[in-house]
Design a binder for this molecule. Structure first.
Ligand SMILES: Cc1cc2nc3c(=O)[nH]c(=O)nc-3n(C[C@H](O)[C@H](O)[C@H](O)COP(=O)(O)O)c2cc1C
Length: 323
């Protein structure tokens, strides 16, 4: 399938694997790219320019197809070495960068000068327009359903995507709640040039996370996610567990007086324990409502080829039968 996103990224299928903390390692990014979509290494998980450079090199050993790096800008006192990471990305010959968190105005000129395509992930039309105005090549429009940070506007993709299509001139991909061929065809119908998936790619053979995480996604329904940190205006959609329910009790009890320190135990530093060790009750981890549509653990190749074959059938058989 050829779209503005496949052309821009030099990929075969209009599917992107979103950056994911402690999931987006070289193994997953390479498997997704080898299957003809765009795999993405998560820069912040590596933490330093040296480690990121090493992860990019590992990915290149596993694929000769294009892959990207995610740069998430977080509000933090001790900011990571973003300029160093940008340098590692440029020197590593990476062709696509997914930015998120806040607009990438500070790193954009360096990436653009190096010929790198920048796809900014955002949760509202106004942020998408801002990304367009500063020169991003595309945006990834993340609806309220998404795993991770849906922002504070709570607009689901059935509204957000057509709104983006009405306002944007640059291409965009849908993100949040995407799992299969129906997601892809619906996204294309609503004006997107492809789709981005997070949670779906965790439940794949190659995702280098503990099997408990994959099984938790398969076992979960669309009713099993919760929104945490809303009072801190840092809302995150996570899979429920004991720690998440404890966290929500604290939010209820402390109300608007809550501070990050009050919930530190449930959120800070828990990702390695969950993703690598499979300790599923230790804290909150991002997961989309789309878990309700995930019932298997295929290889990335199986997942992506099935999506593309079924998308073709939906377009050429089901949809064309209506006209
Ligand atoms: C476990 C997990 C970790 C994530 N970490 C990041 C991250 O570090 N940076 C980022 O930009 N997005 C992150 N995301 C968001 C994904 O890139 C993607 O936008 C989101 O998962 C899309 O929604 P979906 O899960 O419904 O497919 C994460 C998502 C998950 C599920």
């Amino acid at each position: 399938m050829k779209t503005k996103i496949t052309e821009m990224c030099g990929i075969q299928h209009p599917i992107i694997q979103g950056g994911m903390h402690y999931v987006g390692f070289a193994e997953l990014a390479a498997a997704v790219s080898n299957a003809g979509a765009l795999g993405i290494i998560t820069g912040l998980t590596q933490g330093t320019p040296e480690k990121l450079a090493n992860e990019i090199a590992r990915c290149k050993d596993m694929t000769d197809k294009p892959f990207g790096v995610n740069l998430t800008f977080l509000p933090s006192l001790a900011a990571p070495d973003y300029p160093g990471m940008v340098k590692a990305i440029i020197e590593g010959g990476v062709k696509v960068v997914e930015t998120a968190g806040r607009n990438p105005v500070e790193v954009l000129p360096h990436l653009k000068d190096a010929g790198i395509k920048v796809i900014h992930k955002c949760t509202s039309v106004r942020h998408a327009l801002k990304a367009q105005s500063i020169g991003c090549d595309a945006v990834s429009v993340d609806g309220f359903e998404c795993g991770g940070h849906p922002g504070e506007d709570d607009v689901p993709n059935f509204i957000l995507l057509p709104r983006a299509a009405d306002e944007l001139e640059i291409p965009f991909v849908s993100s949040g709640g995407m799992a299969d061929a129906r997601s892809l065809v619906a996204s294309l119908a609503m004006g997107a040039e492809g789709m981005n998936m997070g949670t779906r790619f965790i439940a794949t053979k190659e995702a280098p996370v503990h099997d408990n995480v994959k099984q938790a996604i398969v076992a979960a329904s669309e009713l099993d996610t919760r929104l945490v940190m809303r009072p801190l205006r840092n809302t995150e959609r996570v899979l429920t567990n004991d720690a998440v329910e404890r966290l929500l009790e604290k939010e209820k009890a402390l109300g608007k007086d809550i501070k990050f320190e009050d919930i530190k135990d449930e959120v800070a530093g828990v990702y390695p324990k969950i993703m690598l060790e499979g300790d599923m009750e230790i804290g909150a981890w991002s997961c989309g409502m789309v878990a309700g549509l995930i019932h298997d653990i295929p290889s990335c190749e199986e997942l992506i080829s099935k999506i593309m074959a079924e998308a073709d059938a939906i377009i050429n058989t089901r949809l064309s039968s209506f006209s």
